[in-house]
Design a binder for this molecule. Structure first.
Ligand code: UT7
Length: 343
């Protein structure tokens, strides 16, 4: 059977509030020079108090549906590590916000690999015949779990959402999702962790100290694992689809650090110019980073119909993954779609 998932539309949304490196340097011991040279980030978008992940996800989803020319899907899958609430999931809130009716809607938790895990879940629903069309979203109000006074993490992260519509189609069509690889290693769970707020500390009956409610990361170790796993995963999907590296038009990696994206490209012996990067303006938006990058790359005409694209990510868990697809003709006839919506 040749049934596969085909990417049929993209959309994204970011908050209007911009926080530059210079603004951060006014409130903590850091500098624009340090942040730029170590990460490639110049500014990030930050939600105002009261704006939640679903607000960004609904707007990104609306744009993806419009781009796909549809107003109905059969399921919504949201990759997020910053759900609106601990309970319920954000997926149903997004489906209701988009007026999609009583379709299945749920979250997938794989942090910075969340979009690839959500994409795998959505395409699995299509492959199994449970859905003809699925809205797959990566959305985060990630700054809500960051200690705003912590120079080790506050410069790195930002908020945003990206979404794609998948539809059932044929492997030969532009837009076909051709290869997929996912992995995890729970022995590395404490490399990147928000210690409190889940059942572990609650069940101990211990009141958590303030800092335990915030995101912590052992950055240098994560850096090494990220480069290794993203390279391995990319090679795995290239093997699945039988593409040589010279045939890859774009490597769209999780936007955590420009040095990581360059290191992965170097390991793969891929020219760095083919590693798409927009983290300079958004920072690390976790599960949102890949679909936000895809929407921007398509909007600016860098991603064109028929091009061969490899996606890859690494994140807390640890989790990682990669996907290979050809880029679809989104029917824009050369006209650039709107820039990311600003919430
Ligand atoms: O999204 C999930 C995946 N996440 C990632 O992939 C992130 C992976 N890790 C990284 O991107 C990098 O490790 C960081 C950006 C987090 C850190 O960069 P680094 O080059 O590994 O720096 P470092 O942690 O080794 O710190 C170097 C120095 C230290 O000072 P000393 O010990 O050399 O005197 C830090 O205290 O930089 C200092 N430092 C800072 N200085 C100014 C750490 N943070 C800052 C800061 N401003 N914000």
């Amino acid at each position: 059977m040749n049934r596969t998932s085909v990417l049929a539309g993209t959309g994204s949304a970011v908050p209007g509030q911009v926080v530059t490196n210079h603004m951060l340097a006014e409130r903590m011991d850091t500098s624009d020079q340090w942040i730029r040279s170590r990460t490639g980030i110049a500014e990030r978008r930050v939600v105002e108090p009261g704006t939640a992940t679903s607000d960004l996800a609904v707007e990104a989803g609306r744009r993806a549906l419009r781009s796909a020319g549809v107003d109905r899907v059969d399921a919504v899958v949201v990759g997020t590590a910053t759900p609106d609430h601990q309970c319920p999931a954000t997926g149903p809130i997004v489906a209701a916000g988009l007026d999609l009716g009583t379709i299945p809607a749920f979250d997938v938790g794989a942090v910075c690999s969340g979009f690839l895990y959500a994409l795998a879940t959505g395409s699995g629903l299509i492959a199994a015949g449970h859905a003809e069309r699925v809205l797959v979203v990566g959305a985060e109000a990630f700054t809500t779990i960051i200690d705003p006074t912590d120079r080790a993490t506050a410069p790195l992260f930002g908020d945003g959402a990206g979404a794609v519509v998948l539809r059932a189609g044929d492997r030969e069509e532009p837009g076909a999702l051709l290869g997929l690889h996912l992995g995890s290693d729970g022995l590395l769970a404490d490399l990147i962790i928000v210690p409190a707020g889940g059942s572990r500390q609650r069940s101990l009956g211990v009141e958590a100290p303030r800092e335990d409610h915030y995101f912590t990361m052992r950055g240098q170790e994560v850096f090494k694992h990220a480069v290794r796993r993203m390279e391995e995963s990319a090679r795995e999907v290239l093997g699945q689809v039988g593409w040589g590296l010279a045939e890859v038009d774009w490597l769209v990696g999780h936007q955590a650090n420009l040095r990581i994206l360059h290191a992965v490209a170097d390991q793969l012996r891929l020219p760095r110019e083919r590693a798409f990067a927009n983290l300079e303006r958004y920072g690390n938006t976790s599960a949102a980073s890949i679909p936000l990058a895809l929407d921007e790359a398509a909007a600016t005409g860098r991603l064109r119909a028929g091009q061969r694209v490899v996606l890859t990510a690494f994140g807390a868990g640890a989790t990682w993954g990669a996907a290979a697809l050809t880029w679809p003709d989104l029917g824009r006839n050369g006209a650039a779609p709107p820039a990311p919506a600003r919430i």
